[in-house]
Design a protein around this ligand. Structure first.
Ligand SMILES: [Ca+2]
Length: 220
């Protein structure tokens, strides 16, 4: 008889299992996706660039790029999409999911790791497993150039100094002439150990209609 469909209560079950989002959250994201895409099946970089809340975000370019980075789909693929569909959009958004009261300690740890990996990938633009001084410089330059207060040389010097500090804490006995290859993911985790990543990195920046975008019960 027709009793074989018990598991498919709704079309988003699979996506819910994969991302940990509730049905309500996925529906909210779908509304958001429709707005962004203008009711098309995919969104482009230009579509995401139109998000007003991102205008003042110093990492705007990196955030938008991250949506099209195949590494953030957890399918062991690298490279970039030209456009992404709804499911891919939700997969990226799942990195911004906040823990709830029901989130177990184990799940928190997984969330934390995924967020860190997302951030790491954002900096490791050539995907070789380390954030080199060059890659790090680019981010710092971008951050500082937005403020307009510092010249390029000053930005470079700040990036170099910060990197040197990272290098010296990770490789305590490094001689001045030793070459520091860059930050590995393990180092990166170490550096950000004190930060409660699982509750940071939320999705406020994607709000448009705030009444439909309150994901989870973050405050109450
Ligand atoms: Ca790299």
């Amino acid at each position: 008889m027709g009793a074989s469909q018990a598991r498919t209560e709704h079309p988003y079950q699979d996506l819910m299992d994969k991302t940990g989002f509730s049905l309500e959250q996925i529906k909210n994201l779908q509304k958001r996706f429709q707005q962004l895409s203008g009711n098309k099946d995919t969104v482009s970089k230009e579509d995401l660039a139109s998000i007003p809340a991102l205008d003042n975000n110093p990492l705007r370019k990196q955030i938008i790029t991250a949506f099209f980075d195949k590494r953030n789909q957890h399918e062991n693929q690298v490279g970039f999409f030209e456009e992404i569909g709804f499911e891919q959009f939700v997969m990226v958004m799942s990195h911004f999911r906040a823990p709830t009261l029901k989130t177990s300690e184990e799940e928190r740890e997984v969330m934390r790791k995924e967020k860190l990996r997302f951030l790491f990938n954002m900096h490791d633009t050539d995907n070789d497993g380390t954030i080199t001084l060059e890659e790090y410089r680019k981010v710092v330059e971008e951050l500082l150039s937005k403020s307009g207060a510092l010249g390029l040389e000053a930005a470079k010097a700040i990036a170099d100094a910060a990197m040197l500090e990272v290098a010296s804490t990770n490789v305590p006995h490094m001689a001045p002439d030793d070459f520091y290859e860059g930050i590995t993911f393990e180092h990166f985790e170490q550096i950000l150990k004190g930060l409660e990543m699982e509750t940071r990195m939320h999705i406020r920046f994607l709000d448009v209609d705030t009444t439909t975008m309150r994901c989870g019960k973050t405050t109450s």
